[in-house]
Design a protein around this ligand. Structure first.
Ligand code: 5AD
Length: 332
């Protein structure tokens, strides 16, 4: 593993002359450490109802212009079963922070899905230590909760009524409870600096993350950031590639946001350090309603989505993993 100083990371981020080297080096480090197999995580976006009001997110509760939905325990279980029948080895349950699901409800969903031979990831936001503990005891394996930005001032501006300290507390609790923990950041938020992006990358290393998801900020018309400019694809890719260099053996998804702002974004990301894709396996009629940002891809058939992704993976000489794709820690 390579060690970089803050100054070196900053220079690489600011300068574009080393980009080709960075992307091909990250690709090589990915290949040497996690191999050519790609892990597919079937994503179920089970509720777009959220009590928070993150400035950038289309699901913010202040947005009255979206049709809200909430899937039943039975429907979520069915969606998971369909995805598992197609070969998915991990199911990710994601939602807004929707308090209608009790701790018991979430545990029931986890138990239903863990009856099948799959790994289960939760991405349902900030909860208490006790809740995280109960989810873990019910069978949850992993948890995704992005720090979004480590710049505390920016964090405050972007997340009214939320606290950076509580976000950190969640990440630490999850680690303590033995989850595989995924976090990540947005690239290109208004007023975000190169320095803060470097701090984000160093933070990922500091907390010993198992997964890191990085995506460009995409401006949503029904948010206070409607007039802000989108994050830059190349800069987001650079943050992702540097994360691969600093954390060589972790799992890194080619995020949907990358694909949304660049038509080849997913393939480019897979060739610049990423080794995971998270295809949407939610009942198709709900997919377009989970509009965290505009033009997010949605499909008319989860079978078609799977086929399409298999073709893309084959076309770049890679293959789909038949395992659950846990983080295989190497001693560096
Ligand atoms: N652009 C890009 N990513 C977004 N997210 C939320 N809103 C946006 C947006 N407008 C990301 C956040 C969150 C993840 C589920 O989606 O980083 O953690």
């Amino acid at each position: 593993m390579t060690n970089y100083t803050k100054k070196e990371l900053l220079d690489i981020l600011k300068e574009n002359s080393q980009n080709d080297w960075l992307f091909s080096h990250a690709n090589k480090v990915r290949q040497e450490n996690v191999g050519d197999e790609i892990h597919l995580r079937g994503l179920i976006e089970f509720s777009n109802i959220c009590k928070n009001s993150c400035k950038y997110c289309g699901l913010r509760c202040a947005n009255k212009n979206i049709e809200r939905y909430r899937l039943s325990i039975e429907q979520i279980t069915k969606d998971a079963q369909n995805a598992i029948n197609l070969g998915y080895k991990t199911i990710v349950l994601q939602s807004g922070e929707d308090e209608a699901y009790t701790t018991k409800d979430i545990c029931k969903i986890i138990e239903n899905i863990k009856n099948f031979d799959v790994a289960l990831t939760l991405s349902i936001g900030e909860r208490s230590f006790q809740d995280y503990k109960e989810f873990k005891n019910a069978g949850a394996d992993r948890y995704l909760i992005r720090i979004e930005t480590t710049d505390e001032n920016l964090y405050k501006k972007m997340h009214p009524y939320m606290s950076f300290e509580n976000r950190l507390r969640c990440l630490k609790d999850l680690k303590k409870l033995g989850y595989e923990v995924g976090t990540g950041c947005l690239v290109g938020l208004p007023e975000q600096t190169f320095e803060s992006l470097v701090n984000d990358i160093l933070f990922f290393k500091d907390i010993d993350a198992d997964m890191i998801g990085i995506g460009p900020f995409i401006s949503h018309p029904q948010t206070p950031l409607a007039n802000a400019k989108n994050g830059d694809f190349t800069l987001a890719l650079k943050v992702m590639a540097l994360t691969r260099l600093l954390l060589p053996d972790i799992n890194i998804p080619a995020t949907t946001a990358m694909e949304t702002i660049n038509p080849n974004g997913r393939i480019i990301a897979l060739q610049s350090g990423a080794n995971v894709i998270m295809p949407n396996v939610t009942t198709c009629q709900y997919q377009e309603k989970y509009e965290i940002y505009p033009n997010k891809s949605h499909s008319t058939s989860i079978e078609y989505t799977r086929q399409n992704i298999e073709n893309i993976i084959k076309s770049i000489g890679r293959s789909i993993s038949a395992t659950k794709g846990f983080h295989n820690k190497k001693l560096n």
